[in-house]
Design a protein around this ligand. Structure first.
Ligand code: SF4
Ligand code: SF4
Length: 101
């Protein structure tokens, strides 16, 4: 997984939360290619939290009811800094020829 290299995904707290009181059942977020949501009783529920692409917020941006939220982005940035994740991602990208140094 290029965005976190070999770092354990379950240690990265990033994924959507749906507020069932706000969800109007439009179905937009079921479009997520990572299949994080499933349809239940006319609304969307999160079933694969850790399959969410780290850093992505597309479903929240498009939700017409603003029913989807995410953890604090600064906590994610802190984790990347603390664990040196960006350095490893960068190294991998150099190896793959995506960037040069
Ligand atoms: S996009 Fe928002 S309103 Fe639509 S189903 Fe998903 S959570 Fe509910
Ligand atoms: S943030 Fe992106 S990857 Fe995560 S559930 Fe929403 S659309 Fe899917």
């Amino acid at each position: 997984m290029a965005w976190i290299t070999g770092y354990p995904r379950e240690k990265v707290n990033w994924g959507p939360t749906v507020d069932p009181k706000k969800c109007i059942g439009c179905g937009m977020c079921l479009n997520c290619g990572k299949k994080v949501f499933e349809w239940k009783d006319g609304k969307s529920v999160v079933v694969r939290y850790f399959d969410c692409q780290v850093g992505c917020t597309t479903c929240a941006n498009l939700c017409p009811a603003r029913a989807i939220s995410f953890p604090d982005l600064e906590d994610l940035r802190d984790l990347y800094r603390k664990e040196g994740i960006w350095a490893k991602v960068r190294e991998q990208m150099v190896q793959e020829g995506k960037i040069t140094v």
